[in-house]
Ligand binder design. Structure first.
Ligand SMILES: C[S@@+](CC[C@H](N)C(=O)[O-])C[C@H]1O[C@@H](n2cnc3c(N)ncnc32)[C@H](O)[C@@H]1O
Length: 222
């Protein structure tokens, strides 16, 4: 009713910053993200061929659940998990445990400030749906600055249908849309909306590969 997120009603603009004030909530959130990501990782690996990528950076990659599995399946791939400093410990431990710490490292930073220019491909899973268009364009423009002209951008997101039906899957997506609005202030987007967002950020959408309930949206620098 106010048009503000739960965090904004408490005087904080960024809900991840608000979450950071309560470490127990950060821990619960990060564990929940690992569980959710684990469900979709096999679909992502089946639907997209990562073998042509030399260095993949997972921006907002949390503790490295997705990138870790991609690295395990692609033995020549190097990787970087980029996220807030509070994810460093869990990511370091996880990457060591699954035996990819010789090729995959964690780098701390803020994707609104800058993204390191070290990879030929960037993947973002469940990141852009957290943010409104202005903030999403800021993140994507930083990814564009970090990528070479021949680089690749991969968004792993669920697509909102142009005309949602009453099917369970569409209802679930509508609930997620409300959850994003209430929490971080984001939204679930249609493929057309992702195409527009990418256009505004210096990218061109190439293809969307269905990956279970998610999609791998591939884009290249325009
Ligand atoms: C919805 S979670 C997605 C995590 C992971 N990609 C996945 O799908 O499991 C959003 C991630 O963005 C990270 N994040 C939030 N704000 C950030 C910022 N300003 N800079 C870098 N990472 C940020 C959070 O720490 C969190 O790991």
């Amino acid at each position: 009713m106010t048009g503000k997120t739960a965090a904004q009603l408490q005087g904080v603009d960024d809900s991840f910053e608000l979450m950071g004030r309560t470490p127990e909530i950060v821990d619960k959130f990060n564990v929940a993200m690992v569980e959710l990501t684990r469900l979709v990782t096999p679909n992502v690996l089946q639907s997209y061929d990562f073998s042509g990528i030399r260095h993949l950076m997972d921006v907002g990659g949390g503790s490295g659940e997705l990138l870790g599995v991609i690295a395990q399946q692609n033995s020549k791939l190097r990787g970087t998990v980029f996220d807030l400093p509070r994810c460093a410990e869990a990511a370091g431990k996880h990457l060591r445990q699954i035996g990819v710490d010789d090729r995959v490292e964690f780098v701390a930073g803020d994707f609104f400030k800058a993204v390191p220019a070290i990879a030929d491909a960037i993947i973002l899973k469940s990141i852009i749906h957290d943010w409104d268009d202005v903030r999403s364009v800021a993140i994507l423009q930083n990814c564009r600055k970090a990528l070479p002209d021949g680089g690749k951008l991969l968004l792993v997101e669920r697509l909102m249908p142009e005309r949602p039906s009453m099917a369970d899957e569409d209802r679930e997506q509508a609930l997620s849309d409300l959850n994003m609005l209430r929490g971080p202030g984001g939204l679930e987007r249609t493929e057309r909306q992702y195409r527009e967002l990418l256009d505004q950020s210096g990218f061109e959408l190439v293809t969307s590969y269905p990956a279970g309930r998610f999609n791998v949206i591939e884009a290249r620098p325009a």
